[in-house]
Structures are given as C-alpha cells and as structure tokens.
Write a protein that binds this ligand. Structure first.
Ligand SMILES: Cc1ncc(COP(=O)(O)O)c(C=O)c1O
Length: 383
C-alpha cells in the first residue's frame, strides 16, 4: 500500500520532483548549478510577488525565522510578537533569545489575530518590528496578512512574516502589501524535501539590516546576496544542491498548474476537509473565519487518543496524519492538505478516518466524511 503523507510538512514529493532530486551531485560553483540557482530564485520571487532578491539558506523553517530576526534587529529593540499558536510562540522566543525586548500578545488558540488588535498596540507604543505567522500550523488558523499589513501601514515598524506553511498555497503579495521580511521553506507547499529555506526583505528591511546589531554570520543575508551577484551566481556556503534540483522541477509543476489555480485548489481542499470532518461529527479547532487553506486541526472525539487514531489510520489505510503540538498535544489531530495534494487524496483520508473512527467505537456513519467532501468537489465540478 502506498503511503499518503497528509501531515503539514514535509508534504508529498511528486515523482518528477523526486527524480530531479536524485540527479548526480554537481559542483555547486559551476555554470550548471548557477543556472539552477537563478531559475529557482526567480521562480520563488514570482511566488513572493516581490522585486527584491530572494535569499536562500540550507536550513529548515526555524533557521530562516532566526535569519529574519538577526538581519533586521538589535538587542534591546522593542518587538511586538503576535501569536496564535506554537509557531508564533517560537518566533517570539527566537527574538527574545537574541535580546529583543518582547511584548508577547497571544490570542486564544483557534482564532487568528484581528488586524484591529495590531492597530491598537501600534497606537499605544512604538515598536521596531512586529512578528506574525501567516498560517499557524499548530491550530490550522490562517491570518489576514493583507489586513495586518494595512494595520501597520505608514509606520516605520517592520513587519516580519513567517510564511512557512502558506507561501505557494495561500496568496502572498509581498511588495503589494508592503511586507518587510517574508520567510518560507522547501518542504511545505513547494512539495520538496526539507533543506532549503528562503527569505526576502523589503528596501526598508535592507535599511534596517545595515543598522542591526544582533550577532549574525551564517544568517547574514548580505553575504548571500553578494555571492548571488558574482558573475557566477553562487551561495557563500554549500547549498542543499539536490533540494535545488527538486525545487526547479516543483516550480515548473506549479507554473504549469498556475499559481492562482494552485492556491484555489488549496482553498477547495480545505473546504472539503472541513465538510468531511464535520460530517463525521468532529469539530475543527479553527473558527470558520480563520480556517486555514493548508492545514486543519480537529478536536479528538471523546475517548479517542491521537496516537491510537493516527496509528490505525496509517497502518490500515496508509494515510499519515499528525498529532497536536504545544498545548493541543493529545487533544487534536491534524490533516495537512498542502503541496501536491489532490481531491482524491482528501477522499481517501475521509474514508480512512470514517472507518477507523467507527472501528474505535465512535458512533458515526463511516461514509459520511467521504460523501460530504465529495459534495464539495462536485459542486465545483472537480470529481
Ligand atoms: C508556520 C511554521 N513556522 C515555522 C515552522 C518551522 O519549520 P521547521 O520545522 O522547518 O524548522 C513550521 C514547521 O512546521 C511552520 O509550520
């Protein structure tokens, strides 16, 4: 039985992307690799909708969160960390670890950050930067990034954005919305193996970079851009070469599907997932207004443990789901529907969930989830 990976990252790596990643190793300081590097960075720049250079790192998402902080801030800077879950908290902790003076504002998990909340805080105090998670993977909450950017508009405060589980699946318009730093990673919506992360910085953020005094070396974005601008484009340190090959193939798939179409696919999958879990008598953690297009966290039914549920769904049906994180551990399970995930995958997931819940003694119509999800797809003439 082939395994269907529906955790919120790493996500399924489609065959052409996998095959590209298995090409022979090459000299990372060669014309051949420079071509790959340029193609990938240009593709990612289009997804970001920015004219600024995209800075790659060999790291996971957490590394590039750290890069966002150390490239723009100084110890003692006042930073407003807006959190609605485990990843918002992580961003906040990173900035604190480097000596920022943090005002940590955490809303109830399952809701997002209302732009008015940001506006209120900015009226009351001056902050050097605001940290925000576009899509909070631990709760399945999608923030209104455009609204948050508008709430910050016309102020010198920098807006640093974790778009690790959104970029490529949920629209981000970096230049249009005036975002200052946006970071993401290869193993989420881009459907590649983990190992490459990206950062782009606005002009204002580059200006801040020149003043910023937090310690940095590996994360120094100026070093990366300088190396990229050499006649033979390269990175200052050894890149994750194979992941770049995969990224090139993945961006080509995305280009063929159309970026907007890919985002709409994610939106549709998320609607089908929510309809499916509700039909199985379950409740998503995120209020409908905040429902994420890429991940759905679901409260566990009474008497069912996350470990038992996810183990059975995997062993019997080959569907891999995730448990909860932080204070939701043991209370929820999560379905990732980002990257190369399709309607038939959601139907398979709902079938597995319905059957396993019934086997575990939950009083449920085992087919109800599949049928509800199918209705969502049929209404859009997809299945
Ligand atoms: C929103 C968000 N931020 C940051 C991270 C951290 O990324 P990584 O696990 O690649 O370090 C994740 C990973 O799931 C995430 O979903």
């Amino acid at each position: 039985m082939d395994e269907l990976l529906l955790i919120p990252g790493p996500t399924p790596v489609p065959a052409p992307v996998r095959e590209a990643g298995s090409r022979p190793m090459t000299n990372h300081r060669s014309e051949a690799f420079a071509r790959v590097l340029r193609t990938v960075l240009q593709g990612v720049q289009e997804l970001y909708r920015t004219r600024q250079p995209v800075v790659p790192y060999a790291s996971s998402g957490t590394g590039v969160l750290e890069a966002a902080v150390v490239n723009t801030l100084s110890p003692g800077d006042r930073v407003l960390a807006l959190s609605c879950g485990a990843f918002g908290n992580r961003f906040s902790r990173i900035a604190r670890a480097y000596g920022a003076e943090i005002t940590h504002v955490e809303v109830e998990w399952g809701t997002g950050i209302p732009p008015e909340l940001l506006e209120d805080h900015l009226k009351r105090a001056d902050y050097r930067a605001v940290l925000v998670t576009h899509n909070e993977t631990s709760t399945g909450v999608q923030n209104d990034l455009e609204g948050l950017a508008r709430a910050r508009a016309d102020r010198p405060t920098l807006l640093l954005v974790d778009a690790v589980s959104s970029l490529g699946a949920i629209p981000v318009d970096m230049d249009g919305w005036g975002l200052d730093v946006v970071v993401t990673a290869s193993q989420k919506a881009l459907g590649c193996p983990p190992g490459v992360s990206f950062l782009a910085a606005s002009e204002q953020a580059w200006e801040a970079y020149r003043q910023a005094r937090m310690p940095r070396y590996y994360w120094d974005m100026g070093l990366v851009v300088e190396a990229l601008r050499q006649p033979l484009a390269q990175t200052p340190f050894t890149p994750a070469v194979s992941v770049f090959y995969s990224l090139e193939a993945s961006l080509e798939l995305l280009r063929r599907e159309g970026y907007e179409a890919a985002c709409q696919r994610h939106r549709l999958l998320s609607e089908a997932v929510r309809a499916g879990v509700r039909a199985l008598g379950l409740r998503p953690v995120a209020a409908e207004r905040w429902a994420s297009w890429t991940v759905t966290a679901v409260w566990l039914p009474e008497g069912v443990s996350a470990d038992a549920l996810t183990a059975r769904v995997r062993e019997r049906y080959g569907v891999v789901l995730a448990g909860g994180q932080g204070k939701l551990e043991g209370k929820v399970f999560r379905i990732g529907h980002l990257g190369y995930v399709w309607p038939q995958d959601i139907l398979r997931c709902m079938e597995a969930l319905g059957s396993v819940l019934q086997e575990m003694g939950v009083s449920v119509d085992a087919r109800a989830g599949v049928e509800a999800a199918q209705q969502v797809f049929e209404a859009r003439a997809v299945v």
